[in-house]
Design a protein around this ligand. Structure first.
Ligand code: MRU
Length: 332
């Protein structure tokens, strides 16, 4: 891949600042848990696995910056509520003994390396599911920018194309933060993969046209029954896919499974600022005084999901059975 999303160098976490892409590729340097938490909150780094990787380094950094460990952990945990990879990474780093910077940083390195390996494995498991000769539709950015590299949904896309499948890639622009227009389009074009951008509201027509062989999206949190939280707009995409008879796949590492959440109703949904909807590039476009509903994620009920692709294999309904089996390490 032609860019790095996050890396540790010279005693600090370096993050490609995703707020400026594609116009600017600035780097943000974080030297403490508080600085990492701010970077997650402000979406310098985003995407569930990348948030987990950043939080892992953030907690390690607290031992170098002199922050109180429990307070640093709580600050990181509160940075964004929906991506469960954040909690997963913090719990994993907290278990490390001895509690030294070197030991915690080494574990954070492993979280990063394992995430990259997981994305490659997701690609291997997912590529055979992709119909040849038809389009693939994706939403938001579940690519290298949202992970340690390669991506989950885009990992499947990359692997299918590498196998020689002839699939045109379509990306929803993903209002209001435009992850599809700004990030997925940039990331794929950087790698020489052609991509067609569409307004979110055009997705149902595209699915109805017969040009799309499958939809592939990432996930921020998958409940025990398979209900999946992902970027807002995923649920209507699943409904439209079902109505058009198009398979709908979720691609995510096992670290995105939350077996403590029995169903989607237990998943907290982040609400973001009204400005994201009322303004475009700092300029107001909505009528003054209007109220705003701006959930960052929605829940796709498991019954609309054809399969969930993980690094340990492909889970299908009943997810209450297949997901715990994968989490326990039983390959399928
Ligand atoms: O608000 P974001 O950009 O962090 O939302 C990201 C998504 O919804 C992704 O699809 C999800 O985190 C999976 S990333 C591999």
């Amino acid at each position: 891949m032609s860019f790095r999303t996050l890396w540790f160098e010279d005693g600090a976490l370096h993050l490609l600042d995703q707020r400026g892409l594609p116009a600017r590729a600035d780097i943000v340097v974080a030297r403490s848990a508080a600085e990492v938490a701010r970077a997650i909150r402000d979406m310098v780094v985003r995407g569930a696995p990348a948030i987990g990787c950043a939080a892992a380094y953030g907690l390690a950094l607290s031992l170098q910056s002199g922050e109180e460990f429990a307070a640093a952990r709580a600050l990181l945990l509160a940075a964004r509520p929906t991506a469960v990879n954040l909690r997963w990474a913090l719990e994993r780093i907290s278990r490390v003994e001895p509690r030294s910077f070197a030991a915690l940083k080494a574990e954070a390195d492993r979280v990063l390396e394992e995430d990259l390996a997981a994305c490659k494995a997701i690609g291997r498991f997912g590529a055979p599911l992709v119909p040849d000769g038809k389009g693939i539709l994706t939403h938001c950015n579940a690519g290298g920018l949202a992970t340690a590299g390669y991506g989950t949904a885009l990992g499947v896309v990359r692997a299918a194309l590498a196998q020689g499948k002839q699939c045109a890639v379509f990306a929803d622009e993903t209002r209001p933060w435009l992850q599809g227009a700004r990030l997925t389009a940039w990331e794929l074009l950087q790698d020489g993969i052609p991509v067609t951008l569409l307004p979110d509201v055009a997705a149902a027509s595209l699915l109805g046209s017969g040009r799309i062989g499958c939809v592939i999206v990432g996930a921020d949190r998958i409940a025990r029954n398979g209900d999946t939280a992902n970027k807002v707009g995923t649920y209507p995409l699943a409904l439209a896919a079902q109505a058009s008879g198009v398979p709908f796949f979720v691609a995510a590492p096992v670290s995105t499974l939350d077996l403590r959440a029995p169903s989607g109703s237990a998943i907290p949904i982040e609400e973001r600022s009204a400005e994201e909807v009322t303004h475009l590039r700092g300029e107001r476009v909505a009528a003054e005084g209007v109220s705003v509903f701006n959930p960052a994620f929605d829940i796709t009920p498991a019954r609309y999901i054809t399969a969930i692709v993980t690094e340990r294999g492909v889970a299908r309904a009943p997810y209450e059975v297949s997901l715990p089996a994968l989490a326990e390490g039983k390959p399928r």
